[in-house]
Design a protein around this ligand. Structure first.
Ligand code: ADP
Ligand code: ADP
Length: 227
């Protein structure tokens, strides 16, 4: 589903965020992207979502070369990706319903279809009873689940999560991981950037480790993880 070939990224000002990174993530896989702060995890996710462009190398998504994709074709890629952020990026003056409906409104779904899909998404994350709440009235874990409902509401084949459990305690983090595993079970490809080593170890998932912008290790699922 995603193939990186010798991908490098330097930001204006000369900072080298990624250096010759190559890997392949197959359809239906669930993997972690690990590494310390500044290792290049966010940059790698942004390159997949075409929020940043690589300086060198080639990125294929579903067999399409997105390295030189035209600006007008970026929405087509974005619709296939659900993005989840550490700070969830909810609209604080909008209800849970409106936050989750947003991607569908942008995509021009009918009101009836929007209602049906928002309902289904909130069911999946267990927040049906909070549909009319403002994000402020929810706990941190619930806010993150609204962010996840918004990411999956248009059923994208790929989920990208950037430190999705960074603000949550271990128990809530485990709940969020179970949600990702459930989506993965029904065929969604999942890539999660995290520096939480115990969460990564407990998952038993494949782990791509970045260090200083280089891919240091690619540990297969069920492999022996180092502490
Ligand atoms: P991580 O997500 O692993 O913390 P990032 O991808 O955010 O790593 O950052 C990798 C490196 O690139 C860091 O040194 C960071 O400061 C730098 N960086 C990230 N975004 C930008 C940017 N927009 N402009 C300049 N440097 C950036
Ligand atoms: P996140 O992990 O949520 O992307 P970051 O702290 O990595 O948060 O980055 C926040 C924003 O600042 C991003 O848009 C990123 O591209 C930018 N950024 C990060 N590091 C730098 C940097 N050294 N110089 C300029 N912009 C940066």
């Amino acid at each position: 589903m995603i193939r990186f070939e010798q991908v490098s990224k330097h930001y204006p000002g000369g900072h080298q965020a990624l250096q010759k990174v190559s890997f392949h993530l197959a359809k239906g896989e669930m993997a972690f992207l690990s590494g310390h702060s500044g290792a290049g995890k966010s940059t790698l996710l942004k390159l997949i979502g075409v929020m940043e462009r690589p300086s060198d190398g080639r990125i294929a998504f579903h067999g399409h070369d997105v390295t030189r994709i035209a600006r007008r074709d970026i929405p087509y890629i974005r619709r296939q990706i659900g993005m989840i952020f550490q700070d969830h990026r909810l609209l604080m003056d909008k209800t849970v319903y409106d936050n989750v409906a947003l991607p569908l409104i942008i995509d021009g779904f009918t009101p009836a279809e929007i209602q049906k899909r928002v309902s289904a998404a909130l069911d999946k994350v267990g927040l049906h009873d909070k549909v009319g709440y403002l994000p402020m009235m929810l706990s941190g874990g619930e806010q993150q689940r609204v962010g996840i409902a918004r990411a999956i509401v248009n059923t994208p084949p790929l989920l990208l999560a950037d430190e999705p459990t960074g603000n949550l305690d271990a128990e809530l983090a485990a709940d969020i991981m179970r949600l990702f595993a459930e989506f993965n079970d029904v065929g969604v490809t999942v890539l999660i950037a995290s520096h939480d080593q115990s969460l990564i170890r407990d998952s038993g998932c494949r782990v791509l480790t970045l260090k200083g912008g280089r891919l240091l290790a690619d540990m297969p699922a069920g492999g022996e993880h180092e502490a």
